[in-house]
Design a protein. Structure first.
Length: 114
């Protein structure tokens, strides 16, 4: 007699659950990694935009403006609502001015700790 059994055995069901669990763990860790990278890239973009806005503001100044004096303190805290404010230290931007005679070299640096 041929008896046809329908349904799954307990071993098949356990194997299926184990495979689904493994795939879920891998997918979740990938999701966490992608989220972390998106937050870091967002912070980098905000930092680049702050540096770019500082450079644009300095570019519009007259060459002999007092704000382009190499001896002034140029450290500025970034706005509180920025993405960089998520980090434990206070983010800041600093620019340095080097007078080379015919031109002034301006370097903008945005810092924060991740």
């Amino acid at each position: 007699m041929n008896s046809a059994k329908s349904g799954f055995s307990l071993i098949e069901a356990v194997i299926t659950f184990v495979l689904i669990a493994i795939i879920s763990v891998v997918a979740l860790s990938f999701f966490v990694y992608c989220t972390r990278m998106a937050i870091q890239n967002d912070a980098r973009m905000v930092a680049a935009n702050f540096a770019r806005s500082t450079m644009e503001g300095l570019y519009k100044l007259d060459y002999n403006d007092a704000r382009l004096n190499p001896q002034i303190d140029t450290s500025q805290a970034l706005p509180v609502g920025s993405v960089l404010s998520r980090y434990p230290t206070t983010p800041s931007r600093t620019y340095t001015i080097t007078d080379a005679g015919d031109y002034k070299l301006i370097t903008v640096k945005v810092t924060w700790n991740q």
